[in-house]
Write a protein that binds this ligand. Structure first.
Ligand SMILES: [Zn+2]
Ligand SMILES: [Zn+2]
Length: 356
């Protein structure tokens, strides 16, 4: 068994960030406020449970080993105790329950990406069993990595659909696992924004790899599959492109993510804005992908993976990420690729040449 344990103080790394839950909680629509509070309460419960007894949360009846091993549990609308009722294991066929089978496929596709593209056997490189718990809590509009497993809310059906619907979001959450087993980047400030950005980058890369879409064909945003009828007018939760994902929305307000250092948001919330300032490295990655073209998994995602899991230390800054990605690009793919990466960081206001 890998000996990794998250520290007690660790976050619940939810895909829907605090700024969005707050906007929903401020809505004039009582049903919207209800979903916001249900989501907040359930994730707070999960965090509290972990503080009390982390060992309770370990995946039981899961033998570690080599190769792909997926297990899906069902919380059936409860928020404790995790992981819930066992529904499907690696050698079982579909159980014909959407959330269970979707979680199983998400884990399989994420595993396949990390194995084939990155040469990593599961999230830890040692066949870590990928455990999912679906239908977490009542009307919970979020998914998160709790340090040991991915936990999916089923949404309320109006604002949010079941979170198992989005492969990119699922791959984002599982990528928190990959980071915790490698560089273990802090989840605070600039470093935390790098942590969040890495997961967005890997999430969208898993999606593009699975669908076989090129950089030019791809949709460069996350979370569209989760949006229910009440958010049908919203394009996505966040985007890698320069423009905001949504603007002046009655329930979501305006996408706060900056795409350049001059707009960096200093805040005490969201552990220093980890889900906000991640927009800056996200946009840098987007510019790299555009410059290198082709498929994201050929070069861009491999540069990011190598730099973030193998070069960066757990207190890394944006500038160190810029240096690391540029030097990995140069070593792996030559001077031209290195230059493309340096230029992308410069375009978002990070200087890759100056040693911090
Ligand atoms: Zn965490
Ligand atoms: Zn995250």
């Amino acid at each position: 068994m890998p000996d990794h344990r998250h520290e007690d103080r660790c976050c619940i790394c939810g895909f829907i960030p605090p700024y969005l839950v707050e906007s929903l909680a401020d809505s004039e629509d009582a049903r919207v406020r209800k979903v916001a509070f249900a989501t907040l309460e359930a994730t707070t419960t999960a965090r509290a449970t972990r503080l009390v007894n982390p060992s309770q949360l370990l995946g039981r009846s899961v033998a570690p080993g080599q190769g792909r091993s997926r297990v899906v549990y069902d919380m059936e609308g409860r928020s404790m105790p995790l992981p819930g009722t066992l529904r499907r294991t690696e050698y079982q066929s579909a159980v014909l329950q959407d959330e269970v089978d979707e979680a199983f496929e998400n884990a399989g596709r994420t595993y396949e990406f990390y194995r084939s593209v990155m040469g990593l056997d599961s999230l830890d490189g040692g066949g870590f069993p990928i455990v999912s718990s679906v239908n977490f809590g009542f009307q919970v509009g979020n998914a998160f990595w709790d340090g040991e497993r991915i936990v999916y809310g089923a949404g309320d059906g109006n604002l949010f659909l079941p979170f198992t619907r989005s492969l990119a979001v699922a791959a984002h959450e599982m990528s928190h696992g990959v980071l915790s087993f490698s560089s273990d980047l802090d989840y605070e400030g600039e470093t935390g924004a790098l942590n969040e950005s890495f997961c967005d980058v890997m999430g969208i890369s898993v999606e593009q790899y699975t669908n076989g879409t090129s950089v030019a064909e791809a949709r460069w945003s996350l979370g569209a599959e989760l949006l229910g009828p009440a958010l049908a007018d919203v394009e996505a939760i966040r985007t890698f492109e320069a423009r905001p994902a949504f603007k002046d929305h009655p329930n979501l307000s305006t996408d706060p993510q900056p795409k350049h250092m001059r707009d960096y948001v200093f805040t005490d919330k969201d552990r220093g804005g980890v889900h906000i300032n991640s927009g800056i490295p996200n946009h840098a990655f987007y510019l790299v992908a555009q410059a290198l073209g082709g498929n994201v998994w050929d070069r861009s995602a491999r540069i990011w993976f190598e730099a973030f899991t193998n070069v960066l230390n757990r207190r890394a800054s944006f500038q160190q990420a810029a240096l690391a990605t540029a030097s990995v690009a140069r070593q792996k793919f030559g001077e031209e690729a290195g230059l493309a990466v340096s230029n992308a960081w410069r375009a978002v206001g990070v200087q890759p040449d100056v040693r911090p």
